[in-house]
Design a protein around this ligand. Sequence first.
Ligand code: SF4
Length: 203
Amino acid sequence: MMVTDPEPLEKGVDMSVDTPRMSACATSPRVYESGEFHRFEASGREFLYLVPAGAIFELDDASRAVLELVRDGRVSHNLLMDRVAERGVPASEAEELIAELYQSRAIISHDTIPDPPQNPPADFPLQTLVLNLTNQCNLSCQYCYEFGEDKIATPEGKKKFMDFETAQQSVAFLLEQSAGRHGVHITFFGGETLMNFPLLKQV
Ligand code: SF4
């Protein structure tokens, strides 16, 4: 099974996300409400998955307090400051925390302008092909979709190994559709891809 790089896991707030654009009234006292995110726990620690940024970060006590406060409605900046200060956080750091939560859109305000919808580019040549050579595997990791109750990777009646013709057509399609690219990538995906090693070598 191919495992993609995990999202960066950070303490505090991920500052790499876009800053919400401000309207002319950005200097007026803000009233905050909850942004779009999902909270979850792992190994006894609490995390936040920020939907707009696709980022994950760990919650500390002060940021948890802010999110609890905005959960049920709109909250003034001053009230947020007070709640963070109750955790022994100095005022300058509290301002910084609230600003970071706002910039990451964990909390939003009336002057948070949503991103406009984007049209897909007119010309977008392919760059990467993922060939699922096989879902067969000679291991049996407990978390694997292949070895769960559903065995969704190898449904009854379906072929278990990619054949040469399918691979050839796929590579031809990639080359045909990648005009203008300086290079292309082929990823071998499984299952255990080496269980179809002859095809891998042919590709
Ligand atoms: S059983 Fe095989 S395919 Fe499944 S996760 Fe483990 S190594 Fe990957």
